[in-house]
Design a protein around this ligand. Sequence first.
Ligand code: ATP
Length: 597
Amino acid sequence: MVFRNLTFFYRIMETGELDISSPSEMTKVSVAVRVRPLIEREKKGDAQIHWQIGPQDLRPFDPEAKRIVPNSSTYTYDHVFTQSTQTQQVYDKVVSPIVKQAFKGFNGTILCYGQTSSGKTHTLYGSNDDKGIILLFADHLFQQIKADETGRQYIIKVGLIEIYNEKVSDLLNSYNPIELQERDGSIVPHGLEELTVFDIDDWKKVTERVQRERKIGETRMNKESSRSHTILRVTIESFDLTSNGSFDEAQENSEQSPPLTTAVLHFVDLAGSEKQSQTGAEGERFREQVNINMSLSVLSRVIQQLSEQASVSSFEGRSSSNDHSLAKAMVNSMVRTAPRPRFINFRDSKLTRLLQNSLNGNAYISMVCNVTIASFEETKSTLLFAQQAKKIQIRPKQNRFSTKSEYDKKLKELHWLRIIQARYKEEPDVRFNPRNNVPNIPFDFFPLNPGIALSLVLQDHHYTLPKEPYSDRANDKVRESQSNPSRSPLLSSGPNKNPKKCRGVKVIKSIKKCTIRKHGSSRSKQGNVWSRAKKRTQKRAYQALWGALFWRETFKISGPCQKSCQNNDSTFGNESKKGDQVEVGYRCKMLEEIILD
Ligand SMILES: Nc1ncnc2c1ncn2[C@@H]1O[C@H](COP(=O)(O)OP(=O)(O)OP(=O)(O)O)[C@@H](O)[C@H]1O
C-alpha cells in the first residue's frame, strides 16, 4: 500500500501531471495558475511587478527593493503558466487528461477563476491568434471520434447555462428559465435544451452564438467584462454497436468497453470578482457586481468547507491503516477536535448549486486560476483560493448503463440522429435556411422536437422509413438489423405479447392548434410569465412548421392509413399481414412513445 502511494506521489513529482489512470483511487483537484501578459491599461499606468514566477510556484516580489520579499510564503501548484504560454499548452496539461477520461464515461469540470480582467474568458474562448480551450476541445473531441476504430458511436450534445443576477437561463434557447432540480441526489438543470452537434462546423456555429449571447459590459478594468457566469455543458454519449445492436453481446465485452457510457463536461467561465473603487460600477453594473461578488464568496466558502472535509477524511484514512494503538488514539483525538463542517453551503448561490455534483467529487476537476503580476492584493486572493482548491479530494465514478431498456432507448435516439445527419449532410443549408417559405429559423430551433414534427406530418398519413437513410460503417449495422428483424434493436418483431391501444391518430394535433397552444397558461395572466409562455409557443410553432417540412421530405408518404390501427379500439399488429406487422407496430410504437414524451 505504502509502495503504491509512493509510486503515485513520485509520478506526480516527476511529470507534474494529474494521475487519473486508476479511477477508483481518491485523487485531488488539479490546480494551475496562468499569468497573463500585461495589458495596455497596465503598461500605460507604469504597472509594477509584484510576483516572481517559478516553474511551479509564485513568490511575492518587492518592486522597490527588486528582490523576493524575505520570509514570504511560496505558493505552489500543479502547473504554473507564464505570460508567453499559449493556450494549447494549458489545454494539453490541464484539459486533455479530463477529456480522455470523459471518453470512458467520467464527468469533468474545467473552471476558470480569477479577478476581473485576469484572462478567464481569453483562456476559454481565445483570440484570433490564440485558440481557446473550447475550440481546442472541439478539435480534440472530433479527432478522437474520427480516430476511434472500435466501431463505437457517439452523440455529442451542447447546452449553455447562464447565471445572471442569480437567475439561471438557457442561453442558446431564447433565455428560457432553467430550474435547478434535485433528482436521485444530483442537481439537474431542468428546462435546458441541448443541441446535438455532428461536427466541428456545428460546434463553431454554437460557439459563435455563445460569444454573441454572453452578457458583457464595459468597466474601468475591462472593456469586455463578463457580467454573468456561463457554463458550457457538453454531454458525450458513447455506444458499443459492434455487437450488432444486441445488448447481451455488448455486455459480454463490457469490462473493456461498456455498452453505453455517458459523461458530462462543464466549462465554467466565471465572472471576475471586482471592487467598486476599481471598476467604477454604478446602477445596473453595480447590481451585477454585487451578485457576482456574492456568488464568488459562496464559492470560496464551499471550496474551503470541502478542503476542510478532505483534511479530516485523510486523517481518518491514515488512522485506520495504522495499527499502533497509541498513534491511532492520538490521530482519533485530533479528528474529534478538528473542525468538521456540518454541511456544505451549496444552496447559498445558484453557481454552487449548479456545480454541486462536480464539487462533491463525482467529476475530475481542473481549475485554471488566472492572475496578473501587476497586482498584489487581487493576485494573492486568487492564489489563496487556489491553495484551498488543491486540497479537495474527488473520486469520480464511471457513468455506465446496464439495463437493456436504456440501451435500446439510446439506440433509437442514435438512429433518429443519423437520419437527421444524413439529410443535413446532403444539404447543409437546410438546418439554417430551410426552404419552402419558412422564414429564417434560428439555429436554436434545431434539433427539432421529433414529437411535434411527427404529430404534424402524420396527421393524415402514415410513413415508411427510407430504405437507406444513411451510409457509414456503424450504420450498416443498423441497416443489417433492419433486414433481420429478429436482431433488430429498433423494430419489434413476432407476435405482440403485450398489445397496446393505438393512440397515434387520436393525439395528433394540427399546425393551427399547435400555434395557439399556450404553455404554462395556469400562471399566464401575470406579466412576464405570459410573455415567456407566448415566446415558447411561438418557438414551438416554428419548430413544428419547419419540422413538418423537414420530415415530409425525409419520409415517404405511403398514403392514408388503411390499417386497423386507425381505429382507436384496435391493437396494433394483430390484424395485419406478416409483412406489415413490423412496420405498423414500429410506427404506432414510435408515435405513442414520442408523442407522450
Ligand atoms: N494570455 C493572454 N494573452 C494575451 N492577452 C490576454 C491574455 N489573457 C488575457 N488577455 C487580455 O486581457 C484582457 C482581459 O481578459 P479577459 O476579458 O479574458 O478577462 P476576464 O478575466 O474574463 O475578465 P472579466 O472577469 O472582467 O470578464 C483582454 O483584453 C484579453 O485579451
